[in-house]
Design a protein around this ligand. Structure first.
Ligand SMILES: [Zn+2]
Length: 510
């Protein structure tokens, strides 16, 4: 005689959850537990935890042959997040849930030996997987409530322990919903503010154009001129994330083990890895079957700041080429292959040469020309080619520093950025491009030309430019400048201003 029970759980694959069907099958025969369907040792170890937790509830552990099947079969199952659905499937198979149906619920949680529920990594990513699969309810540990309290489209039930889950399922206790669980109420932290930046009119403008058009930025200048000061302030002038983006970001961070406290945490993330960071720290790594997202993925839908970018290792720099082109990072290791999201906006800061003094007239620079060429070449191919705004920064003048006046605040600039983005989005309606920076060159030239005077100025740089892509970048930025100014078509001034953000005097060709 056999009996079966089914429950749904979720395992992580990279930074997304995959729904897993857990089937417990109890049959006559020698007592023993077999788990089939690519479980790793951590899943196999949950046998003991589940047995102890069930017996502590004064429920019965089947003293017969128990087989737990996990599907889809080809998906690797790892971690202890399947404890709870396995326990529920066993209880269903042994008819201890009063015949309750588990078919539209996903169970997410690790089991302590005392039956307490612990939050597995990626609780939000797991809940999103259940929602994507069309399930109506997800049961999670109470400690995950704050991460999941704003999730809509699926009922989020929280529970402290296995006893509560069983009581809710059989209907002897009303479910507690995450949305009604108390939250910390801590206001969202704002990053560094533009208000603190004195002078640097051109640098501030570069940030505003970058934010409005989604353009990557490079700041080049001697040590101490304020490159980092500016770079750290791009995220603060980006508009709030919308619902879908906020969930996407929170989901990624829940997998990385740094869950944002609230699924609708609105501020775009910012990451500033040190220049000594390894390629793995920057791009992600696979440890066994665990995928550890790198800074580029944690900056997804936000900003990646690379200070002293030329000091990064060559593999790190080369590895950034793929996410800059596609918004994804492919990882292929023996235990896991797949891709991680990494659509970030890049702000890079670099010295103009190894000694750092080759700015303006270049007096004082002691670097041999070969060293400068090598230095510039390191960033040129993989990174600089994809960066629209390249600005050489000079130290603010004494007069600028002496005024004592505060700069405009990040919140004020953010309002203009939002308006410009909306203007651009209106123009691009019905196209797949979400920012001016994404519009391909050919489309730009066919559909979105500047006015006659702007076109003439653009043609003049085309004639004088060795770099064929330079004028296209200027046109792309000119659209953003026009969006910020509220103009329908870029004119002479917009093209000229865009040109000024290309830093032609840099040691490496613009
Ligand atoms: Zn130098």
């Amino acid at each position: 005689m056999t009996a079966q029970g089914t429950a749904f759980g979720v395992v992580l694959s990279g930074v997304v959850g995959e729904l897993v069907r857990v089937e417990a099958d109890v049959a006559d025969g020698l007592p023993g537990v077999t788990i089939v369907g690519l479980p790793d040792t951590s899943v196999s170890e949950s046998r003991q935890r589940i047995k102890v937790a069930i017996e502590r509830l004064d429920l019965a552990w089947p003293n017969r042959r128990l087989t737990i099947g996990l599907s889809p079969a080809e998906l690797r199952k790892h971690g202890s997040g399947l404890d709870l659905p396995m326990a529920m499937a066993v209880l269903a198979a042994t008819d201890q849930l009063g015949g309750a149906s588990l078919g539209s619920t996903a169970f997410i949680g690790e089991l302590g030996l005392d039956g307490r529920l612990l939050v597995p990594r990626g609780a939000l990513a797991s809940a999103l997987a259940a929602r994507r699969a069309g399930l109506g309810r997800v049961v999670v540990p109470s400690a995950a409530a704050e991460q999941l309290c704003r999730l809509t489209g699926i009922e989020v039930v929280v529970a402290d322990d296995l006893a509560t889950v069983v009581a809710v399922v059989v209907g002897s206790r009303p479910p507690v919903l995450a949305g009604t669980a108390p939250t910390s109420g801590v206001p969202e932290a704002e990053g560094p503010d533009l208000r603190d930046v004195r002078g640097h009119a051109q640098g501030r403008l570069a940030l505003e154009v970058a934010a409005a058009g989604g353009h990557h930025v490079a700041f080049v200048g001697s040590p101490g001129v304020g490159k980092t000061l500016l770079a750290d302030r791009l995220a603060g002038i980006l508009p709030d994330l919308d619902d879908e983006a906020a969930l996407d970001v929170a989901s990624v961070h829940s997998v990385a083990g740094s869950p944002r406290p609230d699924a609708l945490y609105r501020r775009p993330p910012a990451q500033s890895p040190h220049h000594s960071a390894s390629a793995a720290a920057l791009l992600g790594a696979v440890h066994g079957v665990h995928v550890a997202p790198g800074a580029a993925t944690l900056a997804h839908r936000g900003v990646l700041v690379l200070d002293e970018a030329a000091e990064l290792s060559r593999p790190a720099i080369e590895g950034l080429r793929q996410p800059l082109e596609s918004g994804w990072i492919s990882l292929a290791r023996s235990a896991w292959r797949g891709r991680l999201p990494a659509r970030f906006q890049l702000v890079l800061a670099a010295n103009p040469c190894p000694c750092g003094r080759r700015t303006g007239s270049g007096i004082g620079c002691t670097c041999p020309s070969t060293a400068i060429r090598r230095y510039a070449a390191k960033l040129s191919g993989p990174l600089l080619d994809r960066i629209d705004i390249r600005l050489e920064l000079a130290r603010p003048t004494d007069a600028e520093l002496a005024t004592g006046a505060e700069g405009e605040s990040s919140v004020a600039v953010r309002d203009r950025v939002r308006a410009a983005q909306e203007r651009g989005a209106h123009r691009r309606a019905g196209t797949p491009w979400r920012s001016n920076a994404q519009v391909p060159t050919g489309v730009l030239r066919r559909r979105w030309r500047p006015d006659a005077e702007g076109a003439e100025l653009l043609a003049s740089i085309e004639r004088g430019s060795a770099n064929l892509r330079g004028p296209d970048r200027v046109l792309r930025m000119a659209w953003t400048v026009a969006d910020l100014a509220g103009r329908d078509v870029p004119g002479y001034d917009d093209v000229a201003l865009a040109m000024s953000l290309r830093g032609a005097s840099l040691p490496w060709a613009a």
